[in-house]
Ligand binder design. Structure first.
Ligand SMILES: [Ca+2]
Ligand SMILES: [Ca+2]
Length: 191
């Protein structure tokens, strides 16, 4: 049956039948969508992982930053940034010295509104202490840690950006075991 024949048959049906056929075709189209596992990309296997897509080098290819535990049950953390090469491959950016953190979280956003997406993360460092770190994206494949954030050092929990004025919401566990939720606005902090 040609497309023109099919079209003629459809036009000869009443409106209700046309609608039912349209819904069935839409369902078939939706069911036909699927995902295919991409093998051999070389991502590190992690326990309790966090992963965030963001385009750190503004080439319109989403890159991937991941964090987690290298060994199940330990606090040995791993943080890795993979650049999307745009050809179904990724390259780990080993020259970018993010802190290796475990049991934490990551969020990415342009906190200083310069067009380069920055990275905020927290978690347990190699000594098991909770730390919170902000890395400014310099726009040249490098990041600079911004010291003295004035927000709590946390692990576990969640962290999220507000707007470009560096509003931050962070919720997690301190090294002393306390649970903390803070909204840090520019020049003020609310619990
Ligand atoms: Ca990119
Ligand atoms: Ca920025």
């Amino acid at each position: 049956m040609t497309f023109s024949n099919f079209n003629s048959i459809i036009k000869s049906l009443n409106m209700k039948t046309q609608l039912i056929i349209a819904i069935l075709l839409l369902q078939l189209s939706t069911q036909a969508q699927s995902f295919t596992e991409q093998l051999g990309l070389g991502f590190t296997g992690l326990n309790n992982p966090k992963a965030v897509w963001f385009d750190y080098n503004n080439d319109n290819h989403l890159d991937l930053i991941i964090q987690g535990q290298a060994i199940n049950g330990s606090t040995i953390g791993v943080t890795k940034l993979y650049k999307n090469n745009g050809n179904n491959s990724f390259t780990e950016q080993t020259s970018i010295g993010f802190a290796n953190l475990a049991r934490g979280n990551i969020t990415c956003g342009d906190y200083n509104n310069d067009g380069n997406i920055d990275v905020l993360m927290f978690g347990l460092d190699s000594s098991g202490m909770a730390v919170t770190k902000l890395y400014k994206n310099n726009g040249n494949n490098s990041f600079t840690e911004i010291p003295n954030l004035g927000i709590h050092q946390l692990s576990y929990g969640a962290v999220a950006w507000g707007d470009y004025d560096l509003d931050i919401f962070a919720s997690g566990q301190s090294s002393s075991g306390s649970y903390i939720s803070k909204l840090k606005l520019k020049r003020q902090t609310k619990t």
